[in-house]
Design a protein around this ligand. Structure first.
Ligand code: PRP
Ligand code: MG
Length: 212
């Protein structure tokens, strides 16, 4: 019998809540930390532990059938991937931030400036929409350090509690989008696995209802 292959974040902010949700819907996994793939007990599911940024491509290629992932990652590079459930955890926003002392008034102030980000597509679309030309500097993590080391004039990154911005003397000046964890599905999902997915979706809906 075929198994539904679900990707979750290997480590990071979504991992714990993702595993809790799977457990709450009756998918229990012996999770040895170094295990990159694990089978669920008593349910036709395999869980893959992957890097956040790699998950959209795995979904597109049909290497995994579904994923628990931040909506913001799909907006950045998940074209063609369907979101079938919003999961109500890991809320965050993708924001523009600048040094506290900066007298920022609007996105137009970033004309000709350097913006450090891990979300180049998301920022570029926002800049284009506002008719602003800026230079994007792509970095994969610790983006908030960029203005302090003279690498950028502004950043665009995810904000949750705001503590990382605060610690780095930055202020949030524009919100580009809001995000939360979602259940996403590969466009290549086959019929047999679709049926397993539907059972999972049904269970997720019941669990989320119970949490409210
Ligand atoms: C994420 C994100 C922000 C921070 C936001 O970084 O890139 O830096 O969390 O959360 P906060 O508003 O609650 O401080 P993460 O710690 O995941 O590390 P990374 O940027 O190095 O990947
Ligand atoms: Mg960060």
């Amino acid at each position: 019998m075929s198994k539904l292959r679900i990707a979750v974040q290997k480590s990071g902010r979504l991992n714990e809540d993702s595993m809790r949700l799977l457990k709450d819907i009756g998918i229990s996994i012996d999770n040895g930390k170094d295990q990159l793939k694990a089978s669920a007990k008593g349910f036709p599911v395999e869980v893959f532990y992957l890097r956040n940024g790699d998950i959209p491509q795995y979904l597109k290629d049909g290497v995994v059938d579904a994923a628990i992932i931040g909506e913001n990652v799909l907006i950045e590079k998940g074209e063609g991937i369907n979101i079938v459930e919003k999961l109500g955890f890991s809320s965050c926003r993708v924001c523009i931030a600048v040094p506290k002392a900066n007298g920022y008034t609007s996105i137009k102030d970033l004309e000709g400036k350097r913006i450090a980000t891990s979300y180049p597509n998301t920022v570029q679309i926002y800049l284009d929409k506002n008719g602003v030309n800026a230079n994007l500097h792509i970095i994969n993590g610790s983006v908030e350090i960029a203005p302090n080391i003279g690498l950028a004039d502004a950043i665009c990154d995810i904000v949750s509690s705001g503590s990382t911005l605060f610690k780095n003397n930055l202020k949030e000046v524009d919100t580009i989008l809001k995000s939360e964890a979602v259940l996403a599905v590969s466009p290549k999902l086959n019929k047999e696995r679709q049926a397993i997915l539907e059972t999972i979706q049904f269970r997720i809906q019941s669990v989320l209802k119970g949490r409210n």
